[in-house]
Design a protein. Structure first.
Length: 156
């Protein structure tokens, strides 16, 4: 294995790295008058980048929950979100503001405003982790995005 000058990357790894290209992402999403939408914009080995739209009065459809193995960041592009933790409501998150949700943090949110809420959602987890593993504050599993039911051990 030949190493390049002043790095720990082999020539073979460097050749593979040179094949990787950036990916353009389109942030356009239709405003909804009812319901919600979630679109995956791109994903990597340990991360996902999504855009969500929620109509007035909508939020996550499963209420308070925690992602056991995933942390994420929500950034409001349009409208306003009211996030709540187990300690109560947080100040409104408005356009060009965000909220960081560490893994294991119970939260929920809702769109309180008259306009659709559009958020970017960046999620990250350790390699091999189950990003769909979600639970309620009572320790009950929440059905995952991939159709699998999360199994939780030692919670509740």
């Amino acid at each position: 294995m030949t190493m390049t000058k002043d790095t720990l990357v082999s020539e073979e790894q460097l050749k593979d790295l040179r094949k990787i290209r950036p990916q353009a992402v389109d942030l356009k999403i239709p405003f909804l008058s009812a319901g919600m939408s979630r679109d995956l914009l791109c994903s990597g080995e340990n991360s996902t980048f999504r855009i969500h739209c929620y109509s007035t009065g909508m939020g996550e459809d499963h209420g308070f929950h925690a992602h056991v193995e995933e942390e994420h960041l929500f950034i409001v592009l349009h409208g306003e979100a009211i996030f709540s933790s187990l300690d109560g409501r947080l100040p409104p998150t408005k356009k060009n503001q965000g909220i960081w949700i560490p893994k294991g943090c119970f939260y929920e949110f809702i769109n309180p405003g008259p306009e659709p809420l559009v958020v970017l959602r960046f999620g990250a987890c350790a390699q091999g982790a189950n990003e769909s593993l979600r639970v309620t504050p009572e320790g009950d599993p929440i059905k995952g995005r991939m159709g699998a039911v999360a199994k939780v051990v030692g919670i509740g």
